[in-house]
Design a protein around this ligand. Structure first.
Ligand SMILES: [Cu+2]
Length: 308
């Protein structure tokens, strides 16, 4: 009877644990910045799933420790050694199989959501026909299979600024995206690795010189966001951010028409800081790469394609 009550207690505890850890997993959605893309929703599902699992494990372990302390305390003045339990095959199978299944489940969930994201796709990574094949051939092969998208915007990044080229050759230092439309960002880096990262998009993509890397994103929330460089790219790395606007399609087109008439401003904070006169009598700063002057994406593309 006592054994039955014990099992009932454990079953009840596991049920409560499942409910509580699921609830904690649901809270995880509020810990992240706003979800601004369809992809972000999927990433947050994965995050919430991982938080629920983590909560279940930690609460389960703490619960067992509290239970042991409460029900298996040594009586007062009992300093004898505990029962030397040595090896329990069932227990060993249990604590080996359980984490194995858990890790496989997490891996499957992660891969599943990555496949659903369909942002870059493994295609770009696993298409290596022969390891010795030259980069150029590989790069050519990859860019032949662009991901389906309604709009394509070229992203040019260099030390230390972002510039974008839209359809009709409109260029800008700002990223404008039409809401609810799958947009392909075709990214080119000029000299070093930079990282495309918008927290609200939950997407991060390294941009490697000599490679055309495209990222497909579906913005779902109108608003203004910040694009930050996620890869340290030298002295003025901290200046490598720019504004991202997700807007209704008609407003996006209005902006495109307006931007077509305005030449791209030569905003380059790095150049400004680099060229400012020294404030002290003697040189205090370390040697650094001189930031390249701001250029139109067309000029950068000419450079990028020349280098590759
Ligand atoms: Cu950078």
């Amino acid at each position: 009877m006592v054994r039955f009550l014990e099992y009932l207690l454990i079953a009840g505890y596991i049920a409560v644990l499942l409910v509580v850890s699921h609830w904690i997993g649901q809270q995880a959605y509020s810990w992240m910045p706003a979800e601004a893309t369809a992809e972000a929703q999927k990433v947050d599902h994965l995050f919430s799933f991982l938080v629920s699992i983590g909560a279940f494990i930690i609460l389960g372990l703490v619960g067992m420790m509290v239970y042991s302390v409460l029900f298996f305390r040594a009586p007062t003045n009992d300093y004898s050694e505990g029962h030397p339990s040595r090896g329990d095959v069932r227990l060993e199978i249990l604590w080996t199989a359980t984490p194995t299944v858990l890790v496989l489940w997490i891996a499957f969930q992660g891969f599943n959501i990555y496949q659903q994201l369909n942002i870059l796709g493994l295609g770009q990574i696993v298409h290596l026909h022969a390891p010795l094949e030259s980069e150029r051939a590989y790069a050519a092969d990859v860019s032949d299979v662009p991901k389906p998208a309604a709009e394509t915007i070229d992203v040019f990044v260099k030390q230390w600024d972002w510039s974008f080229r839209y359809p009709n050759n409109v260029t800008s230092h700002e990223l404008h995206l039409p809401v609810n439309l799958r947009t392909r960002l075709n990214m080119h880096a000029q000299e070093v690795i930079h990282g495309f990262y918008v927290p609200e998009f939950r997407l991060k993509q390294d941009i490697v010189p000599g490679r055309n890397i495209d990222l497909v994103v579906t913005p779902t929330r109108v608003g203004k966001y910040k694009l930050k460089d996620s890869q340290f790219s030298g002295t003025y790395f901290s200046l490598m951010d720019t504004n991202v606007y997700v807007e209704p399609f008609d407003k996006y087109n209005q902006w495109l028409a307006q931007a077509a008439d305005e030449p791209m401003t030569a905003k380059n904070q790095a150049v400004t800081e680099y060229t400012q006169p020294a404030k002290t009598l003697f040189k205090t700063s370390w040697y650094t790469v001189a930031p390249a002057p701001s250029e139109s994406p067309v000029a950068i593309e000419r450079k990028v394609s020349h280098d590759t």
